[in-house]
Ligand binder design. Structure first.
Ligand code: PLP
Length: 392
């Protein structure tokens, strides 16, 4: 009799399905935007991370085409071998200028940036303090690093201080990791206060600006700028795949930090450089963010408009939010699924976010600068219909 060592996978899948945690992909055809064709249905898109509508912007598309024609499709090696182009350096300098830091380094994804950077900054003798709602890439970076990992309650700086009081002295280095905008809730970390706590206990801070960059701050630099913390020592992380409309991740910070990562961040050293197309598109996007603040203004007008409209609807409790991510609390997984399905039948793409991704189910809406008021009205009408008609 032979045992099949892969049998457990079927059993695991059955458990996942029974819990209502089944996931599947949807096929998008054509350009991304506020109206998309997904699984053959034309839907109004309230589920995109393309906050400024740049992923289908002709200037980014042309930049990617020109870079591909000039430099080829692949960068052909890691940055330290044959994968480095002037384009990479231009993008890094543009990010450093946007963030008002001395330097920056681009990685093949935001996920890789977090894993490689956290594991480079701390190790076995060190301590990491992690917000309970942090993104998976921060948490997994912390695990890979081998440092002692302690969670603090979401945005609870009192508990954070208590943990530092109790544990800080037993460790060499200490790193606090946090999202600036929490990706599944849309609320903000109180960064100014967090930096004060970090300074009091001699801690480094890594801030994940995946949903802040291009959205928050007078110049679009992100949550750090929004909270008046520009110039404070920090490890600023972000992605090129959300408001920047391309693919890749980055770290911005002091010149020694960036130089150190070039020597110690394994996910940068041993991974292929960003493709010319992705690099050029991201560079074009950073230029747009710097030169067209009215795009960001339009996004914020849309956020304010939707919140005003939602406040007039009964039975739609909103989670706290100060970003382009607005979540409606759902009592359970099934109601969330029914809501999302009803919205889809009304021509709206808005996704149910469920455990284990988040502790409680919700409908997560994201706004784009390119949404029109009429499109937002349509969303609100559909939500009102879902309150009445979606099975609870
Ligand atoms: C999307 C996201 C990442 C990962 O970025 P990718 O470039 O998509 O790998 C990291 N942190 C947060 C908070 C994110 O939302």
């Amino acid at each position: 009799m032979m045992n099949n060592p892969y049998d457990w996978i079927d059993r695991s899948l059955q458990t996942i399905h029974r819990a209502g945690w089944t996931r599947h992909t949807r096929t998008l055809t054509g350009l991304p935007g506020t109206v998309i064709n997904i699984d053959g249905q034309v839907l109004l898109n309230f589920a995109s991370n393309d906050y400024l509508g740049l992923a289908s912007d002709d200037r980014l598309i042309q930049a990617a085409i020109q870079a591909t024609e000039g430099y080829g499709t692949g960068s052909t090696g890691s940055r330290l071998i044959t994968g480095h182009r002037q384009l990479h350096r231009d993008l890094e300098m543009a990010i450093a200028t946007l963030k008002q830091t001395e330097d920056a380094l681009v990685f093949s994804s935001g996920y890789a940036a977090n894993i490689g950077t956290i594991a480079a900054l701390v190790g076995k003798r060190d301590l990491i303090l992690c917000d309970a709602y942090n993104h998976s890439s921060l948490r997994n970076g912390a695990i890979v690093s081998g440092a002692t990992l302690l969670d603090y309650h979401h945005c609870d700086l009192v508990q954070l201080s208590q943990q530092l009081e109790t544990h800080r002295k037993q460790f060499q280095r200490c790193l606090i990791i946090t999202d600036s905008v929490f990706s599944m809730d849309g609320d903000l970390c109180p960064l100014a206060e967090l930096f004060d706590v970090a300074a009091a206990f001699d801690c480094m801070v890594l801030v994940d600006e995946a949903h802040g960059t291009g959205v928050l701050g007078k110049n679009g630099a992100g949550g750090i700028e929004h909270c008046g913390c520009t110039g404070r020592p920090a490890v600023q992380m972000g992605t090129l795949s959300k408001a920047i409309g391309s693919l890749g991740g980055y770290i911005a910070g002091s010149a020694p930090l960036i130089d150190f990562l070039r020597h110690r961040a394994a996910s940068w050293i041993y991974s292929t450089g960003l493709s010319p197309a992705d690099t050029a598109a991201a560079l074009a996007a950073v230029t747009v963010i710097q030169t067209e603040p009215d795009r960001r203004d339009r996004l914020w007008q849309n956020i304010v408009y939707l919140k005003q409209k939602l406040a007039q609807l009964p039975n739609l409790p909103l989670l706290p939010s100060d970003s382009a991510i607005i979540c409606i609390a759902m009592p359970n997984v099934q109601t969330a699924m029914n809501f999302s399905q009803y919205l889809q039948s009304a021509g709206i793409l808005a996704l149910a976010i469920r455990p284990p991704t988040v502790p409680t189910s919700r409908i997560r809406l994201t706004l784009m600068a390119t949404h029109t008021p009429a499109q937002i009205d349509q969303l609100v009408i559909a939500l009102a219909g879902a309150v009445v008609n979606a099975p609870r």
